[in-house]
Design a protein around this ligand. Structure first.
Ligand SMILES: C[S@@+](CC[C@H](N)C(=O)[O-])C[C@H]1O[C@@H](n2cnc3c(N)ncnc32)[C@H](O)[C@@H]1O
Length: 467
């Protein structure tokens, strides 16, 4: 872990992640053999558990291997080690806690498309293929480190597809997500609501024979939606109200409108997912007709709804409330000192064009992309001016996070070191430099290497700023 310390004092909170080897060689003082003592120091599990070390009763998931994962595993354990029953329910990285299988082990068995081990795409996370999603497991561990529960609020001011809110609601803490793109507010709200769908009712009432008509309805609605261009300002509207308005004023009448709102919304999301598959896979060896994608996705979504419903019943999980708001991270609709933690990921500088990525979705809904672009962090301005505007916006957003955080609360910001015009941007360093000016008492950066092909991004950083 890179450690930056801005308050001039010696950091204490993160000291536990350092391995102290000073007494390893001093074997004479102890009855333990060198290898026993080494194991305690070097074995990741014993390093995490420290004095409470009892290897038989604890197990990490087999795919927990990167340094940042072990660090987060230790951080979440430190928060909950006095209450192992609760830790079993909340942990992200432990498979076994105190001899029992953790909830994350069951939850991550509700598989989704593109899932890697226990890290991502489980439950409804995989619904709609939005590029640039967080890994749910990491977010869960960060929320655990922050120690939020019950009425505490976790905020994601750059909500995207809602990963933070899903994780917060599953571990039982309230959450608020702010997003400037109305289409993503809709996607996130539907993903959250789908955690609560009663599968037995849904499967009894939505008949496979009706699917052709449902697909045709959404297909024909496109022209109708586009006639009514959707001039939607970001005025802090609740996403549930947006969805109600969408159905009332933008979709034509049909039998689909007789389904309960959550079911219609889910069918809409399945259609939008198929639209994305159809758009991106055309011309590849995975190409299929639009309608085929719709049927395949319906089957896969149904499996997830079933798995979620059954798993939550077995574990007695009822997701905590969350609020999705169409608004701006630069002007948060929240009171000063009102949230326990922020877990977020702003656009990674000007490198990724979020409007272009989701153009098919925005066009389908009839949303004016020109106006949206001018409100989005990272997409405003032209050429060199773009990077300057990005920097101003990021600073403003970090100031807003500070304003709404409660004293002692943490903001965890995930950001990548993207290359722009041949230069590696270093906004993480900038944020750490700004932190004491803004008022944060501490700032740390954790490094997360990005393995695989996307060379423009070598590392992500998880910055921890404390108010
Ligand atoms: C890196 S993505 C977040 C992805 C998210 N962590 C997830 O798991 O889906 C950044 C998001 O910030 C949104 N955004 C850009 N400008 C914004 C603003 N002014 N206020 C709120 N959200 C904004 C973008 O639309 C994009 O969805």
């Amino acid at each position: 872990m890179d450690k930056k310390h801005n308050s001039g004092e010696t950091a204490s909170l993160f000291d536990f992640v350092k391995i102290d080897t000073s007494d390893v060689y001093n074997t004479k003082k102890s009855n333990e053999s060198l290898s026993m003592r080494l194991e305690k120091q070097i074995d990741p599990l014993s390093w995490i558990l420290g004095h409470d070390f009892n290897k038989k009763n604890f197990e990490l998931f087999k795919d927990v291997g990167q340094i940042y994962e072990l660090q987060l595993a230790k951080m979440e354990y430190e928060t909950f080690k006095e209450n192992l029953e609760l830790f079993k329910k909340r942990t992200a990285y432990f498979k076994i806690v105190n001899g029992e299988e953790s909830y994350h082990s069951f939850i991550s068995k509700v598989k989704g498309k593109g899932q890697i081990g226990h890290t991502n795409q489980y439950l409804t996370h995989w619904f709609y293929p939005y590029k640039g999603k967080f890994h749910g497991q990491m977010i869960k561990a960060i929320i655990n480190f922050i120690g939020a529960s019950g009425e505490d609020i976790i905020l994601d001011p750059f909500m995207g597809s809602g990963t933070t809110l899903i994780e917060a609601s599953i571990v039982g803490t309230k959450s608020v997500g702010i997003e400037i793109n109305p289409a993503l507010c809709i996607v996130s709200q539907i993903k959250l609501d789908s955690l609560r769908i009663n599968y037995s009712e849904f499967s009894k009432n939505i008949k496979k024979n009706d699917l052709h008509m449902v697909f045709k309805y959404f297909n024909d609605a496109r022209a109708y939606l586009n006639e009514r261009k959707w001039e939607i300002e970001a005025n802090n509207q609740n996403a549930r109200d947006i969805l109600i308005e969408l159905w009332e004023n933008h979709f034509p009448n049909s039998f689909v409108k007789n389904y309960p709102l959550e079911w219609r919304n889910l069918l809409l999301l399945i259609y939008l997912h198929a639209l994305s598959d159809y758009t991106y896979l055309k011309g590849t060896n995975k190409e299929k007709s639009f309608e085929e994608f719709f049927y395949i996705n319906f089957e896969e979504y149904s499996k997830t709804i079933k798995g979620t419903y059954e798993t939550f019943r077995e574990l007695d999980i009822s997701p905590k409330e969350s609020e999705v708001i169409l608004g701006s991270a630069l002007n948060l609709p929240l009171d000063n000192d009102s949230v326990k933690g922020v877990v977020t990921s702003p656009p990674y500088s000007i490198a990724l064009d979020y409007v272009k990525n989701d153009l098919h979705l925005l066009n389908y809904l009839g949303i004016d992309t020109g106006k949206l672009r001018n409100r989005m962090v990272g997409l405003k301005g032209k050429k060199m001016e773009k990077l300057r505007m990005y920097e101003e916006d990021i600073r403003k957003s970090v100031e807003e996070m500070y304003r709404v955080l409660k004293k002692g609360g943490w903001a965890a910001i995930v950001l990548g070191d993207v290359v722009v015009n041949g230069k590696r941007t270093d906004f993480c360093k900038k944020i750490i430099e700004w932190a004491p000016e803004i008022g944060f008492v501490d700032a740390y950066a954790m490094t997360r290497p990005i393995l695989g092909g996307f060379a423009r991004l070598r590392y992500e950083y998880v910055l921890f700023l404390q108010k």
